[in-house]
Design a protein around this ligand. Structure first.
Ligand SMILES: [Fe+2]
Ligand SMILES: [Fe+2]
Length: 191
C-alpha cells in the first residue's frame, strides 16, 4: 500500500519532456487527478487534519490542475472540434465536459479557500460543508476523467495530425513556461 507521503510525491509535476507527446501528457495528468481525488477523500475522512496534505492539495489545484483545465478548454477541445467529423458526434460530449470544468472550478475554489483558511487557523475544525465539497469534487472528477479517457483521448489520437500535436505541445509548454516566469517574478516574503 502506498504511504500518504508517497501519494503526495505523485502530485509532483510530470516530466517536462512528456509535453512533446501532449496526449500522453494529458493521460498521465489524469492519473494524477485520480491521486488528487483519493487525497481529497482522505482529507475529508480523517479525524486529524494534516496541514501538509491540505497544502499539497491546494497548491496542486491552483497550479497543475488549473493548467490542465486550460490545456483542454483553450487548446485540445477547440482543436478536436475543428478536426472531428460529423459522424464522431463529439460536440455534445465536449459541451458536457466544459460544463463539468465550470463546476469543477467552482468546487476547486471552495476547496482551496477552505483549506487555506484551515491551515491558517488550525484551531478551527474542518466544517462538514468543506468535507462534503472535497467528496463531491472527487466524485465529479472521476466521472469526468472516465469520459475523457474513454472518448476524447482515443478520438484525438485518430483525428489530430502530427502538426496538430506539435502545435498542442507548443501551447501547453508555453502555458507552463509563462506560469514559471510569473512565479519567479513574484516577490517572496521569506528571507
Ligand atoms: Fe482532463
Ligand atoms: Fe477535463
Amino acid at each position: 500500500m502506498t504511504s500518504p507521503g508517497n501519494r503526495k510525491q505523485s502530485l509532483e509535476p510530470l516530466p517536462a519532456r512528456l509535453l512533446a507527446q501532449p496526449l500522453d501528457f494529458i493521460v498521465a495528468d489524469h492519473h494524477r487527478h485520480r491521486v488528487l481525488c483519493h487525497l481529497c477523500e482522505k482529507l475529508a475522512e480523517d479525524e486529524a487534519f494534516d496541514p501538509d496534505l491540505a497544502g499539497a492539495i491546494a497548491d496542486h489545484i491552483e497550479t497543475e490542475h488549473a493548467a490542465h483545465i486550460a490545456d483542454e478548454e483553450q487548446d485540445l477541445f477547440p482543436l478536436l472540434k475543428r478536426r472531428a467529423k460529423r459522424e464522431d458526434e463529439i460536440g455534445r460530449v465536449l459541451e458536457q465536459l466544459t460544463e463539468d470544468h465550470a463546476e469543477d472550478e467552482r468546487l476547486a475554489a471552495r476547496i482551496v479557500n477552505g483549506l487555506r483558511r484551515r491551515i491558517a487557523h488550525p484551531e478551527i475544525p474542518m466544517s462538514a460543508g468543506l468535507r462534503r465539497t472535497l467528496r463531491s469534487f472527487a466524485v465529479c472528477e472521476r466521472r469526468h476523467l472516465a469520459i475523457e479517457n474513454a472518448i476524447v483521448i482515443p478520438l484525438a489520437k485518430v483525428r489530430l495530425s502530427a502538426q496538430d500535436r506539435a502545435d498542442l505541445a507548443g501551447r501547453m509548454t508555453a502555458r507552463r513556461q509563462a506560469r514559471a516566469a510569473r512565479r519567479s517574478d513574484t516577490p517572496r516574503d521569506d528571507p
